[in-house]
Design a binder for this molecule. Structure first.
Ligand code: ADP
Length: 268
């Protein structure tokens, strides 16, 4: 692991990589219109690990769909690298909660990682180099030729992370990625993504309903309210950049930040 002094820090003085301003999303339903997001504003700085936390039904999926260009907001703006998001941005990779549905079971591990790179038009050598490097970074180099079905749930999610990394995105977007794995695996995967972030400086946006996870991983935590969803509060996390499950969670700063986020959610 890199030391706190060596790990890159978020570049808060540079233009945000992702900038959301006054974003609204209204769905038309049989029972009239439903306001899912109301006046959402926040930004993600280069090199930052930003977590978004909110209760179920708070509109997290809706927000992610707007940020990944799958939905158009009803009003407001979402800019990625200064450009309005009207389609899935090229510099963005996503890791979904449901690895079962995001991986292709008829392809082996390395073919899954390589699939988006083939469509990017890279040379065979570069595709191999990138997938070898990405699989090594998630500890799966020995499983490159394995079938997806031979791997545990946690390992499958590592494949999904490797696939996202091999694309070399400027923003990694993760949608409740560890909600379907057991508690022990979840802790290991949390440490994996936090360490990958520290080593590469990759800007990361992580959505979760788990307060402990948001505080443990984030440099800041955006707390969403209940629908019509707005930003309740943005909480700075005053923890060292290098973290570990045992010691970090024993720090008074961890408990204090956790309580602050919990209070913010309970006051909704
Ligand atoms: P979360 O991911 O936080 O659980 P969602 O974004 O899935 O929240 O949903 C937020 C609200 O928007 C929910 O009340 C949901 O029923 C509603 N919603 C989501 N998608 C649609 C849709 N396509 N049409 C109508 N309502 C929707």
């Amino acid at each position: 692991m890199t030391s706190d002094l060596l790990s890159p820090t978020p570049e808060t003085d540079r233009e945000p990589l992702l900038s959301v301003t006054g974003l609204n999303k209204t769905y038309d339903t049989d029972r009239g219109s439903f306001v899912a997001l109301e006046d959402i504003s926040f930004s993600v700085h280069p090199g930052e690990f930003l977590c978004i936390v909110g209760p179920s039904g708070a509109g997290k999926t809706t927000l992610l769909r707007c940020l990944s260009g799958l939905h158009q907001p009803t009003s407001g703006t979402a800019l990625f690298d200064g450009q309005s998001i009207t389609e899935p941005p090229r510099g963005l990779s996503m890791v979904f909660q449901d690895y079962n549905r995001s991986l292709m079971p008829w392809l082996n591990v390395e073919r899954n990682v390589q699939f988006p790179l083939i469509h990017k038009g890279l040379s065979k050598t570069e595709i191999r180099e990138r997938s070898d490097e990405a699989l090594a970074s998630v500890g799966l180099e020995k499983f490159a030729r394995s079938g997806i079905w031979q791997l545990s749930g946690g390992m499958q999610q590592r494949v999904a992370i490797a696939r996202a990394l091999a694309y070399r995105p400027s923003l990694l977007l993760m949608d409740e990625p560890f909600a379907s794995v057991d508690a022990q695996t979840r802790s290991e995967l949390e440490d994996l993504v936090r360490n990958l972030h520290l080593e590469s400086g990759l800007t990361s946006l992580f959505v979760t309903h788990d307060i402990d996870e948001a505080v443990y991983l984030g440099d800041r935590v955006v707390v969403l309210s209940k629908p019509p969803t707005s930003v309740q509060e943005i909480v700075e996390v005053p923890l060292p950049r290098n973290r570990d499950q045992l010691h970090t969670k024993e720090l008074p700063e961890f408990s204090a930040t956790r309580s602050r986020v919990l209070q913010s959610i309970q006051n909704l």
